[in-house]
Design a binder for this molecule. Structure first.
Ligand code: HEC
Length: 130
């Protein structure tokens, strides 16, 4: 009797572990960090302005206001703050969010956007990137 129960719960656990659904939906901060380095790192660093502004403190910051960065007039006039939702919209289509902006880049894959934003958010909340 006990053995059957054990087998049943073991089977369930294996089944649950084998289903990729939950994993596919949870943001992957470590993958986001790698994507940031490979896809954004050509223009952005976390702590220095380069071709694009430093992004280590972007979550919660007002758009177009990083000190000492020469923004396009369009982005410097923006009035929104960088919430995770706004970052998703920006990475989906920067021109749709801020017409006249100067970042000629976007992330076409929703999974990529989700993970990069989760990584940037992990910096803002002080939670270590896993
Ligand atoms: C080809 C260079 C380039 C790449 C690649 C690039 N960016 Fe940018 N990014 C820029 C430039 C230039 C600006 C400033 C745009 C402006 O002034 O209108 C900018 C602005 C931004 C801003 C607005 C920041 C602020 O202070 O308002 C965010 C957020 C951002 N980029 C995120 C990203 C992320 C995340 C990636 C990677 C997925 C990325 N960018 C890839 C060039 C780039």
């Amino acid at each position: 009797m006990r053995t059957t129960l054990l087998r049943a719960s073991l089977g369930l656990a294996l089944l649950a572990g084998g289903l990729p659904v939950a994993q596919a939906q949870a943001a992957d901060v470590q993958r986001g960090r790698q994507l940031f380095e490979s896809r954004c790192g050509g223009c952005h660093s976390l702590d220095q302005n380069r071709v694009g502004p430093a992004l280590g403190t972007v979550v919660g910051r007002p758009a177009g206001k990083q000190a000492d960065f020469a923004y396009s007039p369009a982005l410097s006039r923006a009035t929104h703050g960088w919430t995770p939702e706004k970052l998703m919209a920006w990475l989906t289509d920067p021109e749709a969010l801020v017409p006249g902006q100067a970042m000629g880049y976007r992330l076409a894959e929703a999974d990529d956007r989700r993970d990069v934003v989760a990584f940037l958010q992990s910096l803002a909340t002080g939670q270590p990137a896993r």
